[in-house]
Each structure stands twice: as C-alpha cells, then as structure tokens.
Design a protein around this ligand. Structure first.
Ligand SMILES: *[C@@H]1O[C@H](CO)[C@@H](O)[C@H](O)[C@H]1NC(C)=O
Ligand SMILES: *[C@@H]1O[C@H](CO)[C@@H](O)[C@H](O)[C@H]1NC(C)=O
Ligand SMILES: *[C@@H]1O[C@H](CO)[C@@H](O)[C@H](O)[C@H]1NC(C)=O
Ligand SMILES: *[C@@H]1O[C@H](CO)[C@@H](O)[C@H](O)[C@H]1NC(C)=O
Ligand SMILES: *[C@@H]1O[C@H](CO)[C@@H](O)[C@H](O)[C@H]1NC(C)=O
Length: 507
C-alpha cells in the first residue's frame, strides 16, 4: 500500500508542477489531507450519532436491543429500501477466511427485494477475501472507507464462462474465459459504490502465469457486466486487476465516476475501463495508472464483431487523468468491428504515457470509428501526441475476411497542449482505404530535447489543421477553422445522482 500512496503523491506533485491550475481531488485527498476528510466524515457521523442517540433515548426500552447504529449519506442513481451487512451472513474480514458463500447468500437474500425497493449490501471495514460472485438487479454493493474486497488467488476456484459472442473466443486463448471477479448479466439498476473502499484483484498470480505462458484460458476482469441497463460504478479504488479492470459489455446507461484505478505500469493488459458495445456511457473524474490503455473503447473482434454488429456510441469521457508509459490514454479499438461512434472526450490529462488518443485497427476488422470529438487535452512526457494505426493486426483466428475494411472518418481534436513529446504524430491509414475527415486545431506541442527530426509521419490520411505547431505534415494542410465539438449534450449527461441515506443497525 505504501508504494501506491507514494505513487499518488508523485502524480499529484507532477501534476501541480506541470499544470498548476489542475487539481486532482481524489489523489490530493489521499496524498495530503486524510485528516481533513476523516474529520468531515466524523462530523457527519457525529451529527447523526447525536440524532440517533436522542431517538434511542426517547425510544426508552428499545435502546437496549440496539447494538450499533451506522448512518451515512451517499449519492446514487437510485436508493434502496432494504439492506444487509455481509457479516450477517457469516463473513469474516480477516483477509484469510474465504467468504464466497457469504457474499452469494447475502446477494441471493437481497435479490428478493428487487421488485420491492431494492437491496443494499454493506461491506464494513475489514479485508474480505472472496471468490467470484454475481450481482443482481436493483442492487447496491457499498464498501466502507476501510473495506477491501480481496480476490481469491486460488485459480482453481475460478469458474469458466463462455466467450463473448462478439469475440468468438476468449481474448487471449480459444474457448472460455475465467469468470470475472464481480460479474453481472441481464440486470437492471446495479450500483457498486462506497466511501472510496477498495477492490483488489490481487492480479500478481495471473500476471506471472501469463508471462510463463501457462494459462489455458483468458484471464478474468475485475468487474464485468453484460446485457444490463442503468449501471453506476463510483467512489471506489480498484487495484491490480488480473486483466482489463472494468468491462461493461452490451449495456447502456452507465456512469463511472470518482474511481481510481491502479495497477503496476508493467502489468500485462491491465486496461482501466473498456466500454464494449455499450450505448450512453459517462466516465468522469477518474484517475488511472495502468499497464495498458487507461480507457479502451471496443465493439467486438473481426468476423464475430461484424456479425454481432453492436457499436459503442454516445460515450462521454471527462476529467480523466492517465499514466500509462506503454499505452494510450484513450484507445479506440483495436476491437472495433461493431463500430465506434459519437465519443466526446473533454478535459483529459496524460502524463508519462505512450500516446494521447490512439486509433487502432486493421484490415479484417470491418466496422468503423467515426464522429470522435476531443476538446481540452493536456499531455506531458509522451512518445506520440497523436497516433492512428491501420495495421494493428491481432486476429482471433484465420477465418476473418481480409477484405473487411474498417472506415475511419470524422476525427476531431482541439485545444491541446503537450510538452516533452518525442514525436508529434504517427498517422497511418490503410493503403487504398485512407482515414478521412481528420481535423486538428489549436494544438501546441513542445518537443522533448531528444526528439525526432521529423515530428510528423503521415500516410493514407486526409484532413486539415488550424493553429497547430510544429508544422503538420503535407497531408493535413492548414486552414482557418475550429474543429467541431457537439454542443447538445447526450442523455447520459442529464442523469443525476440522488442523495441516499443508509441506516443500518449492523456493523
Ligand atoms: C453467475 O452467473 C453466471 C452467468 O449467468 C452463471 O453461469 C453462474 O452459475 C452464476 N454463479 C453463481 C454462483 O450463481
Ligand atoms: C441475456 O440477454 C441476452 C440479450 O437480450 C440474451 O440473449 C440472453 O439469453 C440473456 N441471458 C440470460 C441468462 O437471461
Ligand atoms: C463521490 O465522488 C464524488 C466526485 O467524484 C464526490 O463529489 C462525492 O463527495 C463522493 N462521495 C463520497 C461518499 O465519497
Ligand atoms: C522528458 O521526457 C524524457 C523522455 O523522453 C524524460 O526522460 C524526461 O524526464 C522528461 N523531462 C521532464 C522535464 O519531464
Ligand atoms: C486553445 O487551447 C488552449 C488550451 O486548451 C485554450 O486555453 C484556448 O482557449 C484555446 N484557444 C481558442 C481560441 O479556443
């Protein structure tokens, strides 16, 4: 843990040095002012304790039966009428006892309230070791500030699940995939939140096996939710996922807010958030340090993704901070065979990251990436500010159609400041199938002392630039324009959280 806190202090320090006006709420909280937050929290608790004590005293005889009162506020898309603590189902938070049965029983119990006000499962302070478990509808998983969910490291106890139909295979191996640590399918209204509690995938065992080549199936995600509607993931720290960290698939109306995701920068494929064939998603106030792309937008793989045909669209990403020295801040693809459209990224910051927004595709993918809008991007210490790659390769099997062309068009980037950059751009379309409608305006890129002489590499692309330094390649001639960013907001931007009050008489 101490290492991670140091990490966060460094991030905070770097950010303040680089962008003095930029503030990093969650990280600063941790790095600098734990006392302040705690005392604010305590004030709330104290006020409630006084009210509760008054009620208890007024209640007279009942007071003797009440052991613990625990009342707090949290924000969520929907509040719940019923609740239970995982301790009521025999869970023990000693970091050693395996609590899978307790989690399953608690969620099975609360699922009975789906149609009558919904249920909240409270996870108190403690270290709760468990195997994978399934979520249910109209359900909230709430983690106390000092609660840590620990994923079992006994790989034998991880069940297998089917490959996704839009991938045809597991991403890393043919056949099934290990079930994600926290899993949900065919749900409505599911919330994972807390007072910044932690979910630790303890991915080290998986990364080692992956490096040794000894895994037969694709590694599990930390959180995966399929075929669901109305999903909230907020106010949590997600650590050390075995594979991609948060993976919503075939789902809609998703808000991911106030989440910190951390994994070692050399851990394999620990993407932060991967919206995959999802509609109407909002990702905001998120800080990610990871071994792969911070956000990777996807929609299925080659012939399987083409036939499933479900795009990712109406995606908002704002106030994202990313550190990923070997990958992108936001990747579009490489699995994009169902299409990616209407992505709006704003106020995003990358530090010590390979590239900013990266488009990855290849012949055989089919699909499209279109109507992409980026406004307000800050970068520091980057290999490439802009990267588009039409020859990414990586196919599920030999049965893909090598003639299936991906269409890349309508890519808009504006208001960009980047410092200490090795190469401004590598923009490579597909010969005979160029990427079109590229627009870059108001971008100031400052090169690193040991940067390449030729800062732009361009082939098979069409577009324009305006107010961009250093001078762009000839394929992006200068005009006077401001690249487009839509003014009308998307439906997910209108979704507001309610104030919910939790009143538990259990620890
Ligand atoms: C979790 O859900 C999956 C998919 O529906 C199912 O195969 C699995 O048996 C469930 N696990 C439990 C413990 O209910
Ligand atoms: C979940 O929903 C999908 C899409 O509607 C459907 O194909 C699938 O059979 C459902 N699965 C379950 C377990 O109900
Ligand atoms: C959750 O995070 C949001 C911002 O991301 C913050 O405004 C809110 O106070 C946090 N709530 C709790 C209970 O920590
Ligand atoms: C600039 O980038 C180089 C890597 O290209 C790095 O070694 C150096 O520390 C960076 N300088 C600053 C001031 O961040
Ligand atoms: C250019 O970008 C900078 C940095 O994002 C921003 O502060 C400025 O307002 C932009 N200028 C125009 C004319 O939009």
């Amino acid at each position: 843990m101490s290492l991670k806190i140091i990490n966060i202090s460094i991030v905070s320090f770097l950010l303040q040095k680089t962008f003095p006006v930029y503030s990093l709420p969650n990280m600063e909280l941790k790095a600098k002012s734990p006392m302040k937050t705690q005392s604010q929290g305590m004030n709330r608790v104290t006020i409630w304790a006084v009210i509760v004590a008054f009620v208890v005293i007024a209640g007279g005889a009942e007071a003797r039966n009440v052991k613990t009162f625990n009342t707090f506020e949290y924000s969520a898309m929907s509040c719940r009428a019923h609740s239970a603590s995982v301790t009521e189902f025999g869970a023990i938070g000693d970091g050693k006892t395996l609590n899978t049965k307790a989690f399953e029983a608690a969620i099975a119990h609360l699922s009975r309230y789906s149609a009558v006000g919904g249920g909240l499962l409270y996870v108190p302070a403690g270290r709760w070791l468990t195997g994978t478990f399934n979520l249910t509808s109209h359900f909230t998983l709430y983690l106390h500030r000092h609660a840590v969910l620990l994923a079992s490291q006994d790989i034998k106890s991880w069940p297998l699940s089917d490959p996704l139909p839009s991938y045809g295979h597991g991403r890393e191996a043919p056949g099934g995939r290990y079930m994600s640590f926290i899993f949900g399918t065919n749900l409505t209204d599911v919330i994972i939140t807390g007072d910044n509690g932690k979910i630790d995938g303890q991915g080290g065992v998986w990364w080692n096996k992956f490096h040794k080549g000894s895994l037969k199936y694709t590694r599990p995600h930390l959180i995966e939710i399929l075929h669901s509607r109305s999903i909230q993931i907020s106010n949590l720290t997600l650590l050390n996922s075995p594979f991609w960290t948060v993976h919503p698939v075939y789902s809609s109306d998703i808000v991911i807010q106030g989440v910190t995701i951390l994994a070692p920068v050399k851990s394999p494929n620990t993407d932060g958030i991967d919206p995959d064939s999802c509609t109407n998603t909002r990702i905001e106030d998120v800080h990610i340090v990871s071994g792969d792309d911070c956000v990777a937008v996807k929609s299925g793989w080659d012939e399987y993704g083409i036939s499933y045909g479900m795009p990712t669209k109406q995606l908002v990403i704002r106030r994202l901070t990313c550190i990923s020295p070997y990958s992108a801040m936001i990747a579009l693809g490489s699995e994009m065979s169902g299409g990616i459209e209407d992505v709006r990224a704003e106020d995003i910051t990358a530090i010590n990251t390979e590239s900013g927004v990266r488009i990855k595709t290849a012949m055989g993918r089919g699909g499209y990436v279109k109507d992409i809008y980026v406004r307000g991007m800050k970068m520091h210490t980057m290999k490439w500010a802009f990267w588009m790659d039409g020859n990414y390769g990586s196919h599920p099997d030999p049965h893909y159609d090598p003639k299936a062309r991906p269409i890349i068009t309508g890519i808009n980037y504006r208001d960009i400041v980047a410092e200490n950059v090795t190469m401004v751009a590598q923009l490579k379309g597909i010969p005979g199938n160029p990427f079109t409608g590229i627009c870059i305006s108001n971008a100031t890129i400052t090169m690193a002392p040991e940067s390449k002489k030729e800062p732009w590499t361009c082939s098979d692309i069409h577009g324009i630039t305006s107010g961009v330094t250093p001078q762009p390649c000839g394929m992006l001639p200068a005009e006077t324009t401001t690249c487009h960013f839509p003014e009308r907001s998307l439906p997910i931007e209108e979704v507001k959280f309610k104030k919910c009050i939790y009143r538990g008489s259990h620890a």
